[in-house]
Design a protein around this ligand. Sequence first.
Ligand SMILES: *Cc1c(COP(=O)(O)O)cnc(C)c1O
Length: 395
Amino acid sequence: MTDTSRWSRRTKAVHSGIRRSQYGEISEAIFLTQAFTYPTAEAAEARFIESQDDEFIYARYGNPTLAMFEDRMAALEGAEAGFACASGMAAVNGALMSLVKAGDHIVSSRALFGSCLYILEDILRRFGVEVTLVDGRDLDAWQSAIRPDTKMVFLESISNPVLEIIDLPKVAEMAHAVGALVVVDNVFATPTYSYAIDAGADLVVYSTTKHVDGQGRCLGGIILGPKEIVRGPVEAYMKHTGGAMSPFTAWVMLKSLDTLDLRVNAQCDAAEALAEGLAVHPKLSRVIYPGHASHPQADLAAKLCKRGGTVLAIEAEGGKDAAFRMLNALEIFTISNNFADSKSIVTHPATTTHQRLTEDQRAILGISDGVIRVSCGLEDPADLLADLEAGLAQA
Ligand SMILES: *Cc1c(COP(=O)(O)O)cnc(C)c1O
């Protein structure tokens, strides 16, 4: 295979990891097959003892279309290996469950995607794993929570929905000082602008449902990291518990990677334009965007990430009623709980994605009744701004 390491991410996203069949097809082939065959009984025996890179056994273990997607994502991230999963949550679950056991201690930021919090607080605790949750922005809190016996640190590099930035290089340094693994759920940073591995992450997890597909079709996830871990305990856990991505999905994801760089940059352009356009607005008490000077951690965001991302959060002055009036008046933005889609999306976290939390928990996370998450798609930013302004006029 060609060494693609000197290419930029944009080029890697189109070419890395490609495996062509004997037909020399230009577009990645989809191998929609459950199992693989062997010319002889001896060949089958040999493959079960140890399969080589381009040898496959069963789609739950691996498949050529998945291998292309895994290698391409690993190349983009600067990781040695990847394991593609059925969803982002299959990936988070795989990264956590394959690497800890009863009695271990995990420290995690508390501003997490709801299902991640469920795995940490309900499932892992049920199996005797001790979990300490901290305010991810507070380096002193990390320092006092991380103990000599801490096995893992888990965090979202940029949190949902109010876009708090974690100082990953500092947290990783504290974790590594006690030999803990650093696992980063990296959705909001995007694979295009990821800094996770440079900043010290050991494993990087994506929901590829988000920017990678980015067109509202397939659920997917991936675990990226050192070969020793990904092809070791992670692969063993994933292949025996059935969380593999389907070959069809892997093919959709591969075709999506061709345009990832273009889409993410256009979506960042839109987010920047909206953050700037709404920065001073009489109906808004806050506009939160990591790429805007008004973000409380703008310096840290600029140091870590080349761009501010595709999502911003705004807070309607008049709380839930004002937020709902605005959402209902929008014509281009659609109301959904998803984000990072080519279609722009608005979400009211307090009543949907974060409804399960108590009012106190939401207050701690900064999710007031006026907060609206704004995910920028591929429409013309000027149209998007006009739509939000028209909506705000009703707020
Ligand atoms: C969406 C998301 C997930 C879950 O991904 P699915 O593909 O929906 O399973 C996990 N973490 C973060 C940060 C997400 O945004």
